[in-house]
Ligand binder design. Structure first.
Ligand SMILES: *[C@@H]1O[C@H](CO)[C@@H](O)[C@H](O)[C@H]1NC(C)=O
Length: 211
């Protein structure tokens, strides 16, 4: 016959509760440690590979048309060439979608032009050429005044803006989608100093990329 040590049923119940909570604590501890180790591992891999932002540069910009019909309907045609560069040694980049448009004095002067998706190898670069256009795009009434002023000054500051989504590729692993934004600022000779024909950038411009 086994001896009963417990003094009362109440005490017995108390002991059982303590045992369960101890077991639970251990489980939670093990689980937390496991999750933390996995997070640490991901962080470590990420830090070692450390994907750098893709680099963009505006190689050339030519304005073929920038004319107003009436006071505020704009027709524009701007050819641009962007250079896209992947500076990473171990990370490839999938560009899922890229939209590009031109902006002048903080307002849009062309519609979006999309670039078909492409994959960029490590340490690779691509030339992206496109024509940005608008037909009868409504602009602010100040547009004509601003253009006149720039023509007198002899230069025009054009912004080429881009946004899209990319995914990193490391070995066979592919990351989720990250949004990126590119902003290029280029100065074009304009007015009396500019030669006949399209307004052409004399030199390219580096662009600012945010991922
Ligand atoms: C702008 O484009 C529209 C449509 O193509 C055309 O009817 C209009 O004449 C153009 N305006 C100018 C100033 O080129």
């Amino acid at each position: 016959m086994s001896q009963i040590d417990e003094k009362s049923p109440q005490h017995c119940a108390k002991k059982k509760v303590i045992n369960i909570s101890k077991h639970k604590k251990k489980l939670i501890y093990t689980f937390t440690t496991f999750i933390l180790s996995i997070l640490l591992l991901i962080l470590l891999v990420w830090l070692i590979l450390h994907p750098a932002k893709p680099e963009f540069a505006l190689k050339e910009a030519d304005i073929y048309q920038l004319t107003l019909s009436g006071a505020r309907l704009l027709n524009s045609s701007i050819q641009i060439t962007l250079v896209s560069n992947n500076p990473n040694q171990k990370v490839g980049i999938y560009y899922d979608e890229i939209q590009v448009y031109a902006s002048y004095k903080g307002q849009r002067i062309t519609l979006d032009s999309s670039i078909p998706p492409f994959y960029q190898e490590q340490k690779d670069h691509n030339l992206l050429s496109m024509v940005l256009v608008a037909n009868g795009l409504a602009v602010d009434p100040s547009f004509s005044y601003e253009m006149g002023r720039d023509q007198m000054v002899g230069r025009l500051v054009l912004e080429v803006k881009s946004n899209g989504h990319l995914r990193w590729k490391v070995g066979t692993w592919v990351s989720g989608r990250y949004m990126f934004i590119v902003n290029c600022v280029v100065v074009l000779p304009f007015g009396a100093a500019a030669p006949a024909g399209p307004l052409t950038s004399k030199q390219g411009a580096r662009c600012l990329t945010t991922v």
